[in-house]
Design a protein around this ligand. Structure first.
Ligand SMILES: Nc1ncnc2c1ncn2[C@@H]1O[C@H](COP(=O)(O)OP(=O)(O)O)[C@@H](O)[C@H]1O
Ligand SMILES: [Mg+2]
Length: 222
């Protein structure tokens, strides 16, 4: 693997019973690259993202993430690896409803040896960067969709990952809010050189994406 490659999937397949939903896909990403993955609902985008990020195991094929072959890792090794190297953003935000904004952001820091003050400082810093400093004590239920997604992005960044996986991050947002979230992702890409692999609909395509990958029926078609 060349040193600029951050993610490399080779011959990835995933079967659920007899149904093969990802069919021998190979895909590489360079450090700092912004790649959009698009295609019809059911074409296998979420499954491919799960394979590449170590959330799911492929039926066959290999994944190298941050120069480590994660295919043979145990569940514990994978969980640790994901926490330290990868950020996730989902369409449904996936915030913990009983925790405030800053507590949600700080959650991935808990396994790390840090004082409560340090965790809060780190979470506050990230929320400030997302222009959410004034909402840090709010529960998710008191936040708008766009604000929830800002909190989720702050949480995804809290461990300084080199790569972010985003699955339709603006799918539940109105178009103005969608533009604001896309702007944040573009800024992360340009200013901080975070690699981003984002599943998205055609109409939401990031203006600054380096590359567009289209899926159909479990295969990459362009
Ligand atoms: N855990 C699962 N068990 C069985 N089938 C699944 C599972 N997850 C996804 N699928 C099927 O795999 C196909 C691809 O799903 P998905 O990757 O979610 O597509 P997309 O994100 O492009 O909409 C769909 O037909 C879906 O029903
Ligand atoms: Mg999906």
């Amino acid at each position: 693997m060349n040193s600029r490659t951050i993610l490399k999937g080779t011959g990835l397949s995933k079967k659920y019973g007899n149904l093969e939903v990802v069919k021998g896909v190979s895909l590489s990403m360079e450090k700092g690259e912004f790649v959009c993955l698009t295609g019809k609902s059911g074409s296998g985008k979420t499954t491919l993202l799960s394979l590449l990020s170590g959330l799911e195991r492929p039926t066959s094929g290999h994944v190298e993430l941050d120069e480590k072959d994660i295919t043979g890792a145990t569940e514990d090794e994978l969980a640790l690896f994901r926490r330290e190297n990868v950020g996730f953003i989902f369409q449904s935000f996936n915030l913990i409803p009983t925790l405030s904004a800053w507590e949600n952001v700080a959650l991935p820091l808990f396994p790390i040896k840090m004082t409560g003050d340090e965790r809060k400082r780190r979470a506050t810093e990230l929320l400030d960067r997302m222009e959410m400093g004034h909402r840090m004590d709010h529960l998710p239920s008191a936040l708008s969709g766009g604000e929830k997604q800002r909190v989720a992005i702050a949480r995804a960044l809290v461990n300084n990952p080199e790569i972010l996986f985003a699955d339709e991050p603006t799918g539940n947002l109105d178009s103005a809010t969608e533009d604001a979230i896309m702007e944040i992702l573009n800024r992360l890409h340009i200013q901080e050189r975070v690699a981003i692999l984002m599943v998205t609909h055609e109409r939401e395509l990031a203006k600054n994406a380096d590359r567009l990958i289209r899926m159909h029926d479990g295969e990459i078609i362009s």
